[in-house]
Write a protein that binds this ligand. Structure first.
Ligand code: G4P
Length: 191
């Protein structure tokens, strides 16, 4: 998606050969106009897939996911990283290890919001090793839902997340695919 690639070049900062900082428009401050364009683009890409729910992981996936859900005319569901007592134990849970952040957490989905009647589109901001996306897939499977596809804003194509998801049988649509990062260098995959 050209608009997102241009914004990454304009405001993104490669902190190293593996980390891209995009706090200006996505991870800390959010540009709603850009997120709406991103959501419309995801909705256009997946419009014929019979999607009934858009699913994302808190926190940075929420903004693009809500605009995607709005454009598709379906609800958006948030996977929680901290279990709330008011969920009353009626939950599916799976453990996620983040290699980027060196942390582990339990991802939680209430049984009330995804069921075997659903066809789910998973949206997330970054795809690195695919741990979070694979966790979202596992939770959908526990709920008996179908997965229509996985939409990513920024894929770090030099890491193995895309391959893992495709090998597991899922469609991955990434709006910006980064081939290479380095100090002051951001290179996209030729498409
Ligand atoms: P993975 O799920 O694909 O394996 O990714 P990983 O665990 O390595 O990433 C964990 C967290 O780090 C995620 O955010 C992810 O969005 C973020 N992340 C990964 N690579 C980058 C990067 O190059 N730049 C930035 N800015 N973030 C990156 P999170 O912990 O879920 O945070 P948030 O959604 O609350 O913002």
């Amino acid at each position: 998606m050209e608009l997102l690639r241009q914004r990454i070049l304009q405001d993104g900062k490669a902190l190293s050969d593996s980390i891209l900082k995009v706090d200006v428009f996505l991870n800390h401050q959010v540009d709603p106009d850009l997120m709406q364009s991103v959501g419309i683009d995801f909705a256009e890409h997946f419009k014929d897939q019979g999607i009934t729910r858009v699913l994302t992981i808190e926190s940075s996936g929420i903004a693009p996911a809500v605009y995607t859900a709005q454009a598709l005319g379906v609800p958006m569901v948030i996977l929680k990283k901290q279990t709330s007592k008011i969920l009353n134990g009626k939950v599916y849970q799976t453990n996620i290890t983040s290699f980027t952040k060196g942390t582990s957490y339990e991802l939680t989905l209430s049984m009330d919001y995804i069921s075997s009647d659903d066809r789910v589109l998973i949206i997330d901001d970054f795809l690195a090793n695919g741990e979070a996306a694979m966790g979202a897939v596992r939770l959908c499977r526990m709920a008996g839902a179908d997965i229509a596809g996985i939409g990513i804003l920024i894929e770090k194509s030099f890491q193995n997340g895309r391959k893992r998801l495709i090998d597991a049988g899922y469609e991955v649509y990434s709006q910006a695919r980064i081939a290479k990062l380095g100090e002051g260098l951001i290179e996209f995959v030729d498409e």
